[in-house]
Write a protein that binds this ligand. Structure first.
Ligand SMILES: NC(=O)C1=CN([C@@H]2O[C@H](COP(=O)(O)OP(=O)(O)OC[C@H]3O[C@@H](n4cnc5c(N)ncnc54)[C@H](O)[C@@H]3O)[C@@H](O)[C@H]2O)[C@@H](O)CC1
Ligand SMILES: Nc1ncnc2c1ncn2[C@@H]1O[C@H](COP(=O)(O)OP(=O)(O)O)[C@@H](O)[C@H]1O
Ligand SMILES: [Mg+2]
Length: 276
């Protein structure tokens, strides 16, 4: 197991080429936010935009449209119950983030099925929150694409069948290797399992982060980083590192760090590493 350092940030985050436009920095589609959990997909969307994704579209329940645009007008919107539009947008994205606040009722299952039927082998698919829970409970087959699962320990228990107390690196690696996917196992000192079998550990993170929406925000940052930085595996590591490094900085003067505060600090944080 290798400990992550801030070298991952200097490796991944580069100055932007002058000759560029929004298309240079990737298209992210975020899918989630039912009638109760709209905040989750809005936080993930804000994070993807602030992480620097060139074009961001959010597929969510129509009830979330007003709040989404009030919080993050940079993002485009689609009603995720419109199967044709959802299918088209899925196949056009560079990175798809699915799960924050999606819920797990039959309508959420339909949305998941539409997205999973349309992902492409060259896309990055970040599978978070409710999407992991539905895959585990409904025994849904994995979609095409480079898959990145971002479970917390209970979600990993549901998906892997490994009880939280038994989630050792050996046990986790055995299941993750069968999935042929990256697994970001979120906890205090998050572990990242790569398809090559390499395991990384984040030596950062603070209990000030233990608040709803913190993982939704990480999913959005991973979406933004993988869409714009060409080394996708390193981009995942850099996103995980940046999320908690910013949280630690904010926690020096704050008892609790809110997800949107990390998101707001992200562009200035990235700029510090871009020229190193
Ligand atoms: N503002 C919002 O709209 C929010 C929506 N959320 C969404 O709500 C849905 C359900 O996710 P939840 O994670 O809340 O519920 P889950 O039921 O998936 O997981 C929570 C359960 O797991 C247990 N658990 C054990 N270890 C844990 C760990 N390390 N971290 C977290 N829980 C652990 C908890 O005790 C609890 O019983 C997701 O789609 C999520 O994205 C949450 O992110 C909270 C904020
Ligand atoms: N005590 C802690 N120490 C370090 N990181 C934490 C701690 N509590 C929560 N986190 C981080 O916060 C995030 C929580 O993710 P998750 O449970 O999916 O939240 P949500 O679904 O509410 O957005 C993870 O990145 C996790 O590592
Ligand atoms: Mg979560």
């Amino acid at each position: 197991m290798q400990l992550l350092t801030d070298q991952i940030l200097t490796h991944v985050i580069q100055p932007r080429p002058a000759n560029s436009y929004k298309g240079t920095f990737g298209r992210v589609l975020l899918v989630g936010g039912n009638q109760n959990f709209g905040g989750a997909i809005i936080m993930a969307t804000m994070a993807a935009v602030h992480a620097g994704a060139g074009l961001v579209t959010t597929a969510t329940d129509a009830v979330n449209l007003g709040s989404l645009h009030a919080q993050v007008p940079e993002a485009m919107f689609v009603n995720y119950h419109d199967k044709v539009q959802l299918s088209n947008l899925t196949s056009e994205a560079d990175t798809i983030v699915i799960g924050p606040g999606l819920g797990d009722d039959f309508r959420s299952q339909e949305v998941l099925a539409t997205v999973f039927a349309n992902t492409q082998p060259d896309q990055t698919v970040v599978i978070d929150g409710s999407a992991i829970t539905m895959m585990a409970h409904q025994k849904i087959t994995q979609p095409a694409g480079h898959l990145i699962y971002t479970p917390h320990q209970m979600e990993w228990q549901r998906l892997s069948g490994i009880e939280i107390a038994d989630q050792t690196t050996t046990n986790n690696l055995a299941v993750q290797q069968q999935l042929k996917a990256t697994v970001v196992l979120k906890k205090h000192h998050t572990e990242i399992y790569e398809p090559t079998g390499q395991i990384y550990q984040l030596p950062l993170g603070t209990p000030a982060q233990a608040t709803g929406g913190m993982g939704d925000t990480l999913a959005g940052i991973i979406g933004g980083f993988t869409a714009q930085f060409s080394d996708h595996q390193a981009a995942v590591l850099a996103a995980v590192y940046a999320h908690s490094a910013i949280a630690e900085e904010l926690a020096e003067t704050r008892y609790v760090v809110l997800p949107h505060q990390i998101t707001e600090a992200l562009p200035a944080f990235m700029q510090r590493y871009a020229n190193q």
